[in-house]
Write a protein that binds this ligand. Structure first.
Ligand SMILES: Cc1cc2nc3c(=O)[nH]c(=O)nc-3n(C[C@H](O)[C@H](O)[C@H](O)COP(=O)(O)OP(=O)(O)OC[C@H]3O[C@@H](n4cnc5c(N)ncnc54)[C@H](O)[C@@H]3O)c2cc1C
Ligand SMILES: *[C@@H]1O[C@H](CO)[C@@H](O)[C@H](O)[C@H]1NC(C)=O
Ligand SMILES: *[C@@H]1O[C@H](CO)[C@@H](O)[C@H](O)[C@H]1NC(C)=O
Ligand SMILES: *[C@@H]1O[C@H](CO)[C@@H](O)[C@H](O)[C@H]1NC(C)=O
Ligand SMILES: *[C@@H]1O[C@H](CO)[C@@H](O)[C@H](O)[C@H]1NC(C)=O
Ligand SMILES: *[C@@H]1O[C@H](CO)[C@@H](O)[C@H](O)[C@H]1NC(C)=O
Ligand SMILES: *[C@@H]1O[C@H](CO)[C@@H](O)[C@H](O)[C@H]1NC(C)=O
Ligand SMILES: *[C@@H]1O[C@H](CO)[C@@H](O)[C@H](O)[C@H]1NC(C)=O
Ligand SMILES: *[C@@H]1O[C@H](CO)[C@@H](O)[C@H](O)[C@H]1NC(C)=O
Length: 553
């Protein structure tokens, strides 16, 4: 027994050399208390309610057990926390909301710097030379739902995530797509300024023309270097430093919005596969819709029992089209909507609504259902929507029925295009493939929590067996929506921008204080083994189900 423990201890700490709670190098209770007393926030351990409230990840399968969680209140707290962690050689992880699909914001035996309680927002509607509709400053832990409520009060909209509880940090650092990206671009295309704390405790304020540094001793330094701002505009979370504040452009709202949602079966109740026809029509129409249209597509397996209950028929599977039009109802919007609204008379339901504001649309986007799951992803361009793509997709979803798997197999596609395609491939550090992408696609499998981690390996292997094929349909992947075991992840996530990102990583975090799975600079040797040996446990799905799916009669 003892030798087994030692063996595992050796693997976990030997390579990375971090100090953790069971070790003699770990700070004493008194030293932790002294640190706690110096910050405005608080330190919590595993028997504190605040720790228990957040340690379970939004995706339960990714839950890990940090040694300590520091709820920071401001950038001075972040600075003290990182210096404390460095002093004792603790493994640092950074979390804003815990939505990361691969669990990169938590780790066993770590020192978690939790930004979820840094939620300030400052809205200033005055025109600036950077933004006609004014600017909003958001602390990293703010959840998008609260941002939408606040900017709506000022008659503004902002490019943000669609799920309510996603926070700013990891979303923005990875790129950030939005229901209105077609008219307003990615999160990083709207990013004006970032405040960040470095691994050695410097506080940095950076924009696209300058970098202002305050050293821990109070000395300041300004330069015209824009590297770090560029790296933070798509280079990914948990990599360059701990971002505390983000300034974004705001936008003027249109006079109204239109949304529609139509749901189709994959297998008609008479047994014929109508899914391919529906998806062909969708694929022909959607890449050519005007940028004011955004939305998402969810194709999923659903049990026959559900079909019976909801649709009162024997149809199988679901193709759900959700579209939102940033602008009010007019004949032009209508002309693009109608062909999708009842393709071949096959819709099980279809409705549209006139809305007055973006918030009215957003407030009904229900948050995801969190189940154990695993995803793979790709960006898709106009030429990705081939017949072989449709074959691939339908074949994948129907596997759930063929093999009678008690799982949800699904695909989620988020529409991009429009403004996303306007910026140059080097303007931000996101993969160049974004600049021609019309969809960010994830394919996933989700299963219940009841069996604990018993089924994890089997389903991860299942999803991963599709990844080499999925990549062939598109160019580039969104690091925030990709698999846990992507070969050549650096090429797939950042393409030709990777070289510059790696140089900036080496310059700004030379000791690799920040390491995470498939992040810039990640190699098996820079990571502690909980990524490599437990990589198979990292999870999750991305399934936004409108309540209409369930409540419509
Ligand atoms: C239900 C759901 C809906 C989603 N919807 C969208 C969407 O509409 N648009 C979209 O683009 N993406 C979406 N995503 C993906 C989302 O972008 C990622 O999950 C993202 O990682 C969330 O960032 P977070 O900070 O909230 O999460 P966390 O899990 O807290 O962090 C994610 C990563 O960023 C790092 N990080 C977090 N904060 C900071 C910081 N301040 N400084 C440095 N590193 C930091 C973490 O260490 C981790 O590596 C969705 C995901 C889910 C689960
Ligand atoms: C979060 O911040 C508020 C102050 O804004 C504070 O009262 C509260 O205790 C903090 N929560 C935790 C768990 O530290
Ligand atoms: C809002 O921004 C304007 C223009 O930059 C500035 O003059 C003004 O002081 C700001 N208002 C507040 C309350 O910060
Ligand atoms: C910096 O950003 C501003 C505002 O978004 C933009 O107008 C300007 O062109 C950018 N400059 C550079 C050098 O990228
Ligand atoms: C403050 O720290 C910086 C960076 O370490 C150093 O260059 C500078 O000399 C220090 N200033 C003072 C007054 O100690
Ligand atoms: C099943 O229904 C579809 C859609 O109405 C129709 O196109 C198809 O011909 C039907 N097939 C059979 C075998 O009835
Ligand atoms: C939406 O608005 C248009 C134009 O005002 C109107 O003709 C139409 O009936 C409205 N539709 C719905 C579903 O409310
Ligand atoms: C949002 O949900 C409410 C009920 O919760 C419903 O009355 C309303 O019509 C919905 N609005 C939209 C825009 O879907
Ligand atoms: C999960 O694993 C258990 C035990 O191995 C097995 O009985 C169960 O069928 C599996 N669940 C699924 C959905 O395959």
């Amino acid at each position: 027994m003892i030798w087994i423990l030692l063996f595992f201890t050796g693997i976990t700490y030997g390579d990375a050399g971090y100090c953790s709670m069971a070790m003699a190098c770990y700070p004493s209770t008194q030293q932790i208390k002294t640190f706690d007393d110096t910050i405005d926030g608080s330190v919590y351990k595993d028997d504190d309610q605040a720790y228990l409230d957040i340690v379970v990840m939004k995706n339960t399968r990714v839950t890990k057990k940090p040694d300590l969680i520091v709820f920071v209140q401001n950038s001075a707290d972040v600075q003290k926390a990182i210096l404390f962690a460095r002093e004792y050689n603790l493994k640092v992880v950074v979390q804003s909301s815990g939505h990361d699909f691969q669990g990169r914001s938590t780790a066993d035996d770590s020192f978690m710097i939790y930004l979820g309680n840094m939620t300030n927002i400052e809205v200033n509607t005055s025109k600036t030379d950077r933004s006609d509709a004014g600017e909003v400053v958001l602390e990293s832990g703010k959840q998008w739902v609260d941002v939408y409520i606040e900017v709506d009060k000022h008659s503004r909209v902002v490019v943000g995530g669609s799920a309510h509880t996603v926070a700013i940090g990891g979303w923005a650092l990875g790129g950030g797509h939005s229901p209105i990206s077609g008219v307003a671009g990615l999160g990083v295309d709207n990013l004006l300024e970032v405040e960040m704390v470095t691994a050695d405790g410097k506080i940095v304020v950076a924009d696209n023309t300058s970098t202002f540094i305050t050293y821990p001793n109070g000395t300041t330094h300004t330069s015209s270097n824009s590297d770090i701002f560029w790296a933070l505009s798509g280079g990914g979370g948990g990599t360059f430093g701990i971002a505390t504040k983000f300034t974004f452009k705001m936008h003027f709202p249109p006079s109204g919005m239109v949304t529609f949602n139509c749901d189709y079966p994959i297998i008609h109740q008479n047994g014929s596969n109508v899914g391919k026809t529906i998806l062909r029509k969708y694929s022909d129409l959607v890449p050519n819709m005007p940028p004011a249209w955004g939305g998402f597509l969810i194709v999923s397996s659903s049990s026959k029992i559900i079909s019976k209950l909801i649709y009162r028929d024997d149809s199988v599977g679901s193709i759900s089209i959700y579209m939102n039009h940033f602008g009010d109802f007019n004949s032009q919007s209508r002309s693009y909507m109608e062909p999708l609204m009842n393709i071949d008379g096959l819709a099980r339901f279809c409705y549209y609504e006139n809305l007055s504001t973006f918030w009215e649309y957003e407030k009904n986007i229900t948050d995801a259902i969190y189940i154990r799951s695993a995803i793979i992803g790709t960006l898709m361009q106009a030429d990705s929507f081939s017949d072989s793509w449709i074959e691939f997709l339908v074949d994948y979803i129907l596997r759930a029925y063929r093999e009678n798997l008690q799982v949800i197999m699904s695909m989620t596609g988020i529409l991009l295009g429009g403004k996303v395609n306007e910026a140059s491939t080097v303007a931000t550090s996101v993969h160049p493939g974004w600049r021609s992408a019309v969809m960010s696609t994830t394919v996933g499998v989700g299963w219940g929590n009841d069996d604990g981690d018993k089924n994890d390996t089997a389903f991860l292997n299942l999803i991963n067996s599709y990844q080499n094929k999925l990549y062939t349909f598109g160019d580039g992947m969104y690091p925030n929506e990709a698999g846990s075991n992507v070969p050549s992840f650096s090429t797939h996530f950042w393409g030709s921008n990777y070289g510059r990102l790696l140089k900036i990583k080496q310059e700004w975090d030379p000791d690799n204080t920040f390491t995470c799975l498939q992040c810039v600079g990640y190699t098996a040797s820079t990571s502690s083994s909980d990524y490599s040996s437990r990589g198979s446990k990292y999870l999750v799905t991305f399934l936004i189900l409108s309540k209409y799916l369930f409540y419509r009669n």
